[in-house]
Design a binder for this molecule. Structure first.
Ligand code: SF4
Length: 629
């Protein structure tokens, strides 16, 4: 018999309970699967003996829906859902979306903007004295003062705006369990101050002694205050540089950020889960289905129902991605046994037809990898183990990943296994075994890879490997596909409008793509989502690592022209392409992009590259005069 986590009082009493210990509030529909954070954590607490319930997508207009399961004995745990609610609701052009993949029927409007803040406020109206702990990606990436693209301003740490009692950032298994166990043992929430992976609010002065005793900064690091980062963009960049390098490392230092007369105090990040702990999490008794009360399909479920998470974490450090700030840089992998066991369960599902849509994590080919020098890792402050060059300490042996993929393919009832999570092709240069496995067995006709750009100074800002590495991968991919007799292609994912990228850079990219034989159908317009390095560059116009100024495409017009240059072959973009070429004084390129000229004439590409280099020098010079640190 199926047993979901209780969502009604009737479910609670059927279990013979009069109350719950912890009630989760979620901005997503309830799908009982480990790909969704709230059900995963609810099952985790349940395994440790706590009585838990879930209120999914409550009507936030009154407090009534938040009282549906009564008053919890220990606390509420709030998450806006798998995405930041503002990212879920608005397009990169700040236009309202009409869909929501995490809601039955793909309907928009089942959760509010800034869901973490609104949910907490309703809970405090309903039960003023019950502790509220906020977590999930929205709370995690807004834990420090941050730039909010939708209001175009710097906001305080979300902990102040939400008025919650505690914030859990990153992966929450360890911190949430510890906090709940301590509440159960009778501690008050305001006395729980030392749990790794949490942020709390303190009065100024509370830490004076600690600060004085720590003149060397070995246990505490103070970053520029909210007021300072609001007033000075260079200080904002510096605060970002400090907290991101601290939380990307195996840090054990506390971070303090003053906000007016109070302090945001972030304890060091939670320790990564061991393989055995990861296996224990994924062995929890999930129903692997949406709650039966839903009558309409949920797109997010259709997307992930046949996918398997092999690991967490990413050491790639791409500037536009905040995953490392949430999941950490350390790869936390499941054992091959645990993965194979999940695949066997999947095969037993009546709806499974033999195809696994993905086996991966944030970056598929990082499964089983780690830093090969634990001592260096302890003091390492690098945001990326791959950029600007692959660190010599990285243990990039791919044998474990190869064994895992073979094991998954070998499960009875599995006909095909795709790898559709992203891959880092610079890393794959060292992973010949994984490369052959991938190309030979795990591409469903098209392999999506993400060079994002080819202009060297843009890929440097993005911390991506660049054109040469992509071309080398492309050549190997085409050769290997030919060798094994498979007709399969690469689809490059690209970003327009990224900080540092000019119209001339986009023309360079368009011509390179054309030269390589690509016509892309989709281009991602850069969105400054909370917590990423690129968002910091977007807001400040500075590269926090160097202090150099970067060009930031801001106007809809410039962003539109940049995007159009990559979609040159689409008739709807023709006028914008002409406008962009006129602006660049490069009308002669129209014949190449729009006139169907197959081979790019000599001189065209060189002139474009030279223009992009001139832009880059201009940015650096501007940077030399900007205030930084
Ligand atoms: S591999 Fe290198 S960059 Fe990565 S954690 Fe180890 S020492 Fe740091």
């Amino acid at each position: 018999m199926m047993q979901f986590i209780p969502i009604t009082r009737e479910d609670v009493s059927k279990r013979g309970w009069s109350e719950l210990d912890v009630i989760f509030i979620s901005g997503d529909a309830y799908i009982d699967h480990p790909a969704f954070g709230v059900p995963l954590l609810a099952r985790w607490l349940e395994k440790h003996g706590f009585r838990v319930g879930i209120i999914a997508q409550p009507d936030w207009r009154t407090k009534d829906a938040f009282m549906a399961l009564g008053r919890p004995r220990l606390c509420f745990a709030v998450s806006a859902g798998a995405m930041d609610s503002m990212v879920a609701h608005y397009t990169p052009a700040r236009k309202l979306r009409h869909d929501d993949a995490y809601t039955p029927g793909n309907r928009h409007g089942a959760r509010p903007n800034r869901a973490t803040i609104i949910y907490t406020s309703r809970l405090k109206e309903a039960y003023r004295d019950v502790p509220v702990i906020i977590g999930g990606i929205e709370a995690s990436l807004r834990r420090f003062a941050h730039y909010d693209f939708w209001e175009d301003k710097v906001r305080r740490s979300i902990l102040f705006d939400a008025k919650a009692d505690l914030l859990i950032y990153g992966m929450a298994e360890r911190p949430l369990l510890e906090v709940v166990q301590r509440l159960h043992a009778g501690e008050r929430i305001q006395d729980i101050r030392d749990v790794r992976g949490t942020c709390r609010v303190a009065r100024t002065g509370e830490l004076e002694d600690e600060r004085k005793n720590d003149a060397a900064g070995t246990s505490v690091v103070e970053i520029p205050s909210y007021e300072t980062v609001c007033a000075d963009r260079a200080e904002f960049a510096e605060a970002f540089r400090l907290f991101s390098s601290e939380h990307n490392s195996g840090s054990s230092r506390m971070i303090i950020q003053p906000h007016a007369d109070r302090l945001l105090i972030a304890a060091p990040p939670a320790l990564p889960l061991s393989e055995a702990e990861m296996d224990a999490v994924y062995a929890l008794p999930f129903e692997k289905a949406p709650h039966p009360s839903y009558r309409e399909p949920i797109p997010a479920w259709e997307q992930i129902k046949t996918s398997i998470t092999s690991h967490r974490g990413c050491f790639g450090g791409c500037a536009f991605c905040a995953i490392a700030l949430h999941q950490g840089k350390t790869i936390q992998s499941r054992s091959e046994d645990s993965i194979a066991s999940e695949v066997r369960d999947l095969v037993d599902k009546s709806w499974f037809r033999g195809s696994i849509s993905d086996v991966g994590g944030p970056t598929a080919n990082m499964y089983g990898l780690s830093c090969g020098n634990p001592e260096a890792q302890r003091s390492c402050r690098r945001a990326s183990c791959l950029f600007p060059a692959i660190c010599r300490n990285l243990a990039s042996d791919d044998r474990r990943a190869v064994r895992m993929l073979r094991r998954v393919r070998g499960v009875d009832g599995v006909k095909h296994v795709a790898v559709s999570s992203g891959v880092r092709y610079d890393l794959m240069e060292r992973q010949a075994g994984y490369f052959q496995e991938l190309v030979g067995h795990h591409v469903s006709g098209l392999l999506k890879v993400a060079p994002e750009h080819f202009a060297e100074h843009v890929t440097a800002l993005m911390r991506k490997p660049g054109q040469k590495s992509f071309e080398s991968f492309l050549r190997r991919f085409r050769e290997e596909s030919d060798r094994i007799g498979k007709r399969q292609q690469i689809v490059p994912y690209l970003i327009s409008g990224h900080p540092g990228c000019t119209l001339a850079d986009m023309l360079e990219l368009a011509l390179t793509l054309k030269g390589l034989g690509f016509q892309v159908e989709q281009v991602q317009d850069f969105t400054p989502t909370p917590g990423s390095l690129s968002t910091c560059m977007f807001y400040t116009g500075l590269d926090p690592d160097t202090g150099n100024a970067v060009h930031v495409p801001r106007s809809d017009r410039e962003k539109g022209l940049q995007k159009a240059l990559l979609l040159w072959h689409q008739p709807a973009e023709r006028n914008k392409v002409l406008e962009a070429l006129r602006e660049l004084g490069r009308e002669e390129v129209a014949a190449v992009l729009l006139g169907g000229v197959k081979r790019i004439p000599d001189g065209i590409k060189e002139k474009t590259d030279a223009a992009a280099r001139r832009n880059q020098r201009g940015d650096r010079q501007k940077g030399a005069t900007s205030k930084h640190r």
